[in-house]
Every structure is written in C-alpha cells, then in structure tokens.
Design a protein. Structure first.
Length: 186
C-alpha cells in the first residue's frame, strides 16, 4: 500500500534563494500586486485583481484546496525583504492515480532569473518524495512559450494538445499538456 502526504501541517520549503510557505493575511497586498498585473493573468483563468478582497478570496482558495486535500499552493518569499514575488503549487490531486497538476506565477520584474526553475524543482522533489506522486501534469496555453520551455527544462514531456479544453475569458482555449513521471525524475 502506498503512503500519501497527510495534509496535516502545511509544509514550508527552502530553496537556495527563497522560502516557500503558506499564505498569511499580511500577504494580501503582495498578491494584489502579483495578480493585478495583466501579463501575469494573461494565460490563466483569472481576471486581473482590483482589490485586497480579491487577494483574500485567492488565499481562501489556497486554504480550501489544502483542507480538501486536493492541492497545495506555496507563496514564494524573498527571505531578506519578506516580499512575496509569486506562487507555485499543485491542484487536482488524484490520490487513486498518484497524479497531480502543477501551477505557478511570478511578478514580471522577476522573470528570466531562474526563480521558477529553482522553486519548481523544490516542489517537484516534494511531490515525488513526500507525496508519493507518480505523475505531475501541466496544462499550458500554447501561446505561453516561456512556460512550455521552462517545463521542458525541468524534463517535462509534451504529451499533446487538449483542443478547446477550457472556456476562459469569453472563448474556448487549447491547452498543451506536459508531464513528468517519477521514474523520469533524477
């Protein structure tokens, strides 16, 4: 019988440069800055945030997926400034199949600095070693070439395209599905 992560205590992780931690009420302004940026929400099913209330609702969702044991969402914090610069995590956890979906976002001024590769490497390791995950999936808008390249650098394999898979922002969108298996992980 396989052992699964128990979802009792939210795990805090550390990378070389960042702390990955649970959201706190004081983070609502940093999340507002993150998700009010059009370029951050361009490829995800969120409209730009307009208020702190939007941030609080997002943090409530993070709590809900943890309580439901369907996912985890870490905030990416710079340890020196305590500023939250992005998020990363998992959703759609399917325990019966040991499968989970990865998601992430980052304030644009921090793009192209290796931050997502560093933080995603940490949570991918957590999924395979602590959660007993066999497959991590990512569903990415085909136009989001930077995200696809990032996942390929992390050894994700492009499985195909889910045609008109979701209805977002008034239109049907295709999603490229990529994945990595536990046996492919170093």
């Amino acid at each position: 019988m396989s052992v699964h992560f128990n979802f009792m205590d939210f795990p805090e992780l550390a990378t070389e440069r960042f702390i990955l931690r649970k959201a706190q009420e004081s983070d609502c302004f940093d999340l507002l800055e993150l998700y009010s940026d059009e370029s951050v929400v361009k490829y995800i099913p969120l409209d730009p945030f307009n208020s702190v209330e939007d941030s609080k609702n997002e943090m409530s969702w993070y709590e809900k997926i943890f309580e439901d044991q369907s996912g985890l969402r870490w905030l990416i914090e710079e340890p020196t400034t305590k500023k939250v610069i992005g998020t990363c995590g998992f959703l759609n956890y399917e325990k019966a199949h040991n499968r989970i979906e990865i998601g992430y976002d980052l304030i644009p001024s921090y793009w192209r600095k290796g931050i997502m590769k560093e933080t995603l490497s940490s949570i991918i390791d957590f999924a395979f070693t602590e959660m007993n995950i066999n497959k991590i999936e990512a569903k990415v808008d085909p136009e989001n070439e930077s995200s696809i390249r990032l996942l390929e650098k992390l050894n994700f394999y492009q499985e195909g395209t889910l045609r008109e898979h979701e209805f977002e922002k008034g239109k049907y969108v295709d999603l490229v599905i990529l994945s990595i298996l536990k046996r492919e992980y170093k």
